[in-house]
Ligand binder design. Structure first.
Ligand SMILES: Nc1nc2c(c(=O)[nH]1)N[C@H]1C(S)=C(S)[C@@H](COP(=O)(O)OP(=O)(O)OC[C@H]3O[C@@H](n4cnc5c(N)ncnc54)[C@H](O)[C@@H]3O)O[C@H]1N2
Ligand code: MOO
Length: 423
């Protein structure tokens, strides 16, 4: 079902007796719980980039709307070229893109024509200007053109009424091109998913502030704000809360009334200061899942708070980023109504042998460093994933997936690759 599930065999071990769910179980629990946000808005095409269609796009007119030249050259009627060539044709008319071009071509005539200009009545082919010889006021054709040559036929791209884009299609550049070619001025799209991002911890200060002993600069709010905000998802609140559970409870209660998705970062592990899960339990009862057999990111959890969904990411920045990429993007794509959430599967070969401690499936940040002789990407990564090493993240193009039961990966082995998305 998912890009991960196809490669994750039952022997993977993610499921085995750990009290944690597998990656695939987590994705499927998210899919079952997260319904599409049904609110729809109509936007001008220019404002719809990255949004998800709530109604199909249907062509209002054929595209192209008239037969037109695919090349700069001469419009001719192949039916009037009798006998063996060469044929001399007198050039009448000069038809540029945007002109009517409605004068009928007569036998023995050609019309000068430019790319995109309407092919005049009577003509059935366009000969490239490179393929003729000019002779005074005429042209000399040495080779017989094929009927239809270099003519873009009315409706050959889209017929009137053709279904161009389905509900659930994200309006990327090619989809916007298709909607524009279909003649739509506006499109019906889902409203943006409203996301609240709550980071935590008394030790966290803003970059630039002086650090007292034991304090660190905030990484997560910058990293996740940048990752979360997309055309389909809108950050409605970014807030930091200290370790006082009462503050967290108050904030969660408030943002869960205005957001569709509340993301907490940190405070989700087992320490006594890790107050997110008890607070969520107090406010909303048990989560849908609490912990995934994945490294990094084991404590990642998912559930509800009131009418909002809750995604609890671990505080270690690498763990937070990987779990966002894997589970957060999946969740947002479902809420946004994307018909095909997830990303195309891809595989890479490893640049060097890898060691792995069996237990959890690992997503190890990796950098594409070249291609092998068969064109496959070669991924380089370190011998371990360290969940607080942010510098490794900045160098990575994505993460390789190492199965939980694997102890070593030989150089050149094929591994699934999860690219990091930058929008
Ligand atoms: N006894 C156990 N300890 C831990 C376990 C465990 O199973 N048993 N799991 C470890 C794993 S795995 C992870 S991942 C972390 C997750 O911890 P939390 O989600 O509770 O996160 P925190 O403790 O709040 O923070 C972890 C780490 O990240 C730093 N941090 C937090 N916020 C930020 C921020 N905004 N910017 C930069 N760095 C941040 C924080 O200072 C900590 O160093 O738990 C392990 N422990
Ligand atoms: O699962 Mo944690 O993210 O390894 O540090």
């Amino acid at each position: 079902m998912t890009l991960i599930s196809k490669i994750e065999t039952p022997a993977c071990g993610c499921e085995s007796g750990t009290g944690l769910v597998s990656i695939d179980q987590a994705l499927s629990l998210i899919t079952s719980a997260a319904g599409v946000i049904h609110d729809v808005e109509r936007l001008p095409l220019a404002a719809a980039k990255g949004r998800v269609l709530a109604e199909p796009v249907v062509a209002l007119a054929p595209s192209p709307p008239f037969d037109n030249a695919a090349m700069d050259g001469y419009a001719v009627d192949t039916r009037t070229l009798v006998g063996p060539g060469p044929w001399r044709l007198e050039v009448r008319d000069r038809i540029l893109a945007g002109m009517k071009g409605d004068r009928t071509l007569k036998a023995g005539e050609a019309a000068r024509i430019f790319t995109g200009a309407p092919v005049p009545p009577g003509a059935d082919a366009v000969v490239m200007q490179e393929d003729i010889d000019r002779t005074g006021s005429g042209i000399l054709l040495c080779r017989r053109p094929r009927p239809g040559m270099h003519v873009r036929r009315t409706g050959e791209d889209l017929a009137r009424g053709a279904k161009v884009l389905p509900v659930g299609r994200r309006l990327d550049a090619p989809a916007l091109a298709a909607a524009a070619a279909a003649g739509l001025a506006t499109v019906a799209v889902r409203r943006r998913v409203r996301v609240a991002l709550l980071t935590g911890g008394d030790e966290v200060r803003q970059p630039g502030q002086e650090l007292a002993p034991g304090e660190i600069w905030d990484v997560n709010s910058f990293m996740l704000s940048a990752a979360v905000e997309t055309p389909a998802a809108q950050l409605v609140e970014v807030a930091h809360v200290g370790d006082d559970p009462a503050d967290l409870e108050h904030l969660l209660g408030r943002v869960s009334r205005s957001a569709d998705l509340v993301i907490t970062v940190g405070g989700i592990s087992v320490g006594s200061a890790d107050r997110v899960k008890p607070t969520i339990a107090k406010l909303a009862g048990p989560p849908v899942f609490s912990g995934v057999a994945i490294k990094p990111g084991k404590p990642v959890s998912f559930g509800r708070i009131g009418s909002a969904f809750w995604l609890g990411l671990p505080g270690n920045p690498v763990s937070a980023f990987i779990t966002w990429e894997l589970f957060g993007r999946w969740l947002v794509a479902h809420l946004a109504g994307e018909a095909q959430p997830g990303r195309p599967r891809s595989h890479v070969v490893t640049a060097s042998p890898l060691r792995h401690r069996p237990g959890r499936c690992e997503l190890r940040p990796a950098r594409i460093v070249g291609q092998d002789g068969t064109g496959r990407d070669i991924a380089d990564c370190s011998q371990e994933t360290r969940s607080a090493v942010v510098s490794a993240l900045a160098e990575a193009h994505g993460a390789v997936l190492i199965h939980s039961d694997v102890e070593s990966v030989a150089e050149g082995s094929l591994l699934e690759f999860v690219p990091f998305i930058s929008e």
